[in-house]
Design a protein around this ligand. Sequence first.
Ligand code: UGA
Length: 439
Amino acid sequence: MKIAVVGTGYVGLVTGTCFAEVGIDVTCIDIDQRKIDNLKQGILPIYEPGLEEMVTRNVAAGRLHFSTSLAESIRDADVAFIAVGTPPGEDGSADLKYVLAVARGIGENMNSYGVIVTKSTVPVGTAAKVRKEIEDALAKRGADIDFDVASNPEFLKEGAAIDDFLKPDRIVVGVASERAEEVMRRLYKPFLLNGHPIIFMDIPSAEMTKYAANSMLATKISFMNDIANLCEIMGADVNKVRLGIGSDARIGNKFIYPGIGYGGSCFPKDVKALIKTAAENGYQMQVLKAVESVNENQKSVLFSKVQQHFGSDLAGKHIAVWGLSFKPKTDDMREAPSLVIIDKLLDAGCTVTAYDPVAMKEAQHSLGERITYAKDQLSALIDADALLVVTEWPEFRSPNFEVMGRLLKQRVVFDGRNIYDADEMEKAGFAYHCIGIRT
Ligand code: UGA
C-alpha cells in the first residue's frame, strides 16, 4: 500500500510517521519548502516526545518521504489523507479553504482509484464538499476516475501522540462504500492488535463524533472547574471530591482535574465551531456556551488569587512563572492560559521571569521581551515575590522546598494545577494557594 498525507502539522506528521513505522510507504506533503527541507534532515517543526527519532528512522529505512509536490505524490497513492489546518475564522467557524484547495489538487492529479480521507477536524458536511471539489476537478480534465471519500477523525493528544496513534482506544471511520471500508480496514489492521475496535459509520456521524468527543471532554473540565470554585467558597476540598466522584465508573477518574482552564489548538477551536455550526442550523448549544464562558473565567482565577493575597496594587511585584505551554510535554502555546495570566500580571505592573522546559522559544513569538526567560526552574525564583505554577511539567512536582524558600523573596506559591500538598506547603512555611481548596 502507498499513502500520501497532505499537511505536516501535528496530525499529519504523526499520522504519516506512524503509518511508515508499521511498514507502509508514506509521502508527507506540505507547501512549505523550508519545512519539507528540514524534515528531510530530521528537523521537526514541533516538539513531540519520540517523534524526531521515529521520523529519522523511517526516512533512513526509505519508507517515509517528504515532498512539496502534491501532483507527484498523489498519482499512485491508494489513500490520501487531508491533514491541513482548519483555522477558526473571525466568527468561530472552521475555515475550509486549505482542505478544499488540497481536494482540488487531488482531483487535478489523481490517475487511479483512491480513497481521499479527511483527517483534520472538519465540520459535518465537509467530506461531501471534498467529494464535490474532486468531482469538479476531474470533470474539468475530462477524467473518468473512480474514487471514494472518507472521514477518519484523529483522537491523539499532544505530548502522547505516538502512543495514542499506535495504540488507539478506537478508530472511527466514516465511509459511503464497501470498497472504501475494505481499504481502510486493511490500512489500520496493524494498529488494532490491542483488541480495540475500528468503528465504521456513515460520514456525517464520523465527522460529528470528533466534535462530540472534544466537546464532552471540554465539558468535563469546565464542570470540574466550576465545582472547584464552589468547593473553595464552601470550604470543601476539590481533590477529595475528585477522588470521590471519579471512583464511580460512570464518571471515571480521568480528565476531571481542575486547573486554570483548557487551552491548546483543539478544545477552544472545536467548542467554538460546534456552537457556531449549531447556531447556523437553528440550534443553541446551551451547555457548550456555558463551558466556554466558565473556561474564559477560569483563566483569570490564578491572577485573582494573586490580587487577593497581595492586594489589588501589584505594581513592582516580581513574579516567577513555572510552565508556559498549554500542557506538559509540548511546546504548543496556542490558547495557553499562561498568556492570559502573564498579560494580566504585566498590565498590573508586575515583572515576570518564566521557565518552561521546552516552550520558551515558542513563547517568545507571543511574549517577546516583555518577560525574562530563566535558564532553569530554580533560577526563575531568584528574588521573586511569588511563584505561579502554570503548567504541571513532571519536573515541577517534587522540588526542594527549602532551596525554593531561600531563592524566593517571599514564600508564596500559587499553584494552578494542584501539584503540591497544602499541608506540606504550610509546614514548609509557604503561603500556598491552589484551585478548589480554601487555604
Ligand atoms: C485534545 C483531545 O484530548 C484529543 O483526544 C484530540 O485528538 C485533540 O484534542 C485534538 O482535537 O486534536 P490535546 O488538545 O492535545 O488533545 O490536549 P488534552 O490532553 O486533551 O488537554 C486539553 C486541555 O485540557 C489542556 O489545556 C489541559 O491542561 C486541560 N485539562 C485536561 C484539564 O484542565 N484537566 C484535565 O483533567 C485534563
